[in-house]
Design a protein around this ligand. Sequence first.
Ligand code: ATP
Ligand code: MG
Length: 449
Amino acid sequence: MREKAIQIIEKLTAAGYTALLAGGCVRDMLLGREAKDFDVATSATPEQVVRLFPGSKTVGAHFGVVVVRAGDHGFVEVATFRSDGSYSDGRRPDSVTFSTPEMDAERRDFTVNGLFYDPLAKKVIDHVGGEKDLQMGLLRAIGVAAQRFEEDRLRLMRAVRFATVLGFDIEHATWESVCGLADKISSVSIERIRDEFVKIMLHENRVRGFDLLVNSGLMQHILPEILALQGCEQPPQFHPEGDVFIHTRLMLSLLPTEASLPLVMSVLLHDIAKPATQTRDTDTGRIRFNGHDKLGAEMTGEIMRRMKFPNDVIEPAVVAVEHHMTFMEVQRMRTATLKRFMSRPSFDDELALHRVDCLGSNGKLDNYEFVLAKREEFSKAPLVPPRLINGGDLIKLGWHAGPALGRLLNAIQTLQLEGALTSKDEALAWVKEKAPVADEFEEAETSEN
Ligand code: ATP
Ligand code: MG
């Protein structure tokens, strides 16, 4: 992709235009990181770009952006140097005018994002002091910080995101402006806020991002429920680390570098219902949070729907919150119950959640280690293999579809999971002996203890 961008620059230069690599890719290149995409900035107008690269699409003609195909997959954005007009919606300029490289650098958000690179002369072109800030590891707004955040409020989230993923400090005036204007983030669409939030939370420096969001005041507008965890006391014998907020933050810091989005969200939200369910026993004063897992699952669903997460992220996060206390019971579960618990698709993330839940509190990993040992023990065969007999087999024996048939199938599967029944013949023989009267089966005998 870099090669393709350079070819485009060569062609534009040969046609007499100025053309440079711009923005994030220059920053990443100078940091020795892999860039996500290579953007080109040029003095050619969109029409002139399209004339040189027939078949290109003018996506944001209004913003002077042309998307040039780069091979079979991928594309390079070629944007005309521009200046942004006034901002009246707090997000996008009302108009843009084509301008010079200097002015194009000045309309960008942070100095480290305002660099150009001339790949033909192999030279960095810096109109905003970005190279020095890159070396110092400093995120600094270009121009007057407060004004730049005021005109486009999404930059408030971008400041936290870049500080997090680059591991940079935020320059004083820039940070003061983020804090002072944090309330204005509510005028940005939740989808855009969420996209930045996700980038922050998926990065290994997520705790730093979490702190910046909380300390700036942005969290108050994204996930105010997190702030309600502050000062929510817990029983010290289970939670020597402190209140629910401290516990949640500590867990975030203990996640592996690569953590799925449902896992990170379940860490943030697993105890979200503790403030609402907290009680104290009248005699001993012991603190309890009865039902915080069930209510927490409901709240997790509500919060994540509010943030417009897709269902395939919401569902596993809700399931993980709902079941996070079930791990306390694994050593008492009958084998079939444990196998069913472990075979659910979100189990790996749930186990990772449980691990940091323990490490972020009393440090006792006995249930976690028990599950690991069981996983090893069960590893020779599928946790939940295909059923020995199905509903059709029972219907042939005179059963009717219905709850009794479901209970019988469940009972047979339980015995199968525990190794008591190993073949279809054994299962059929068991049915004839234990449940000879069609449509009458009480599960009592095999019910879970
Ligand atoms: P990423 O690694 O996420 O792609 P990036 O720096 O390339 O980071 P983009 O959102 O792809 O960020 O934007 C490309 C460039 O456009 C930025 O480097 C910056 O110069 C400029 N830019 C993007 N969004 C804004 C904004 N909201 N305000 C000002 N400049 C912006
Ligand atoms: Mg980019």
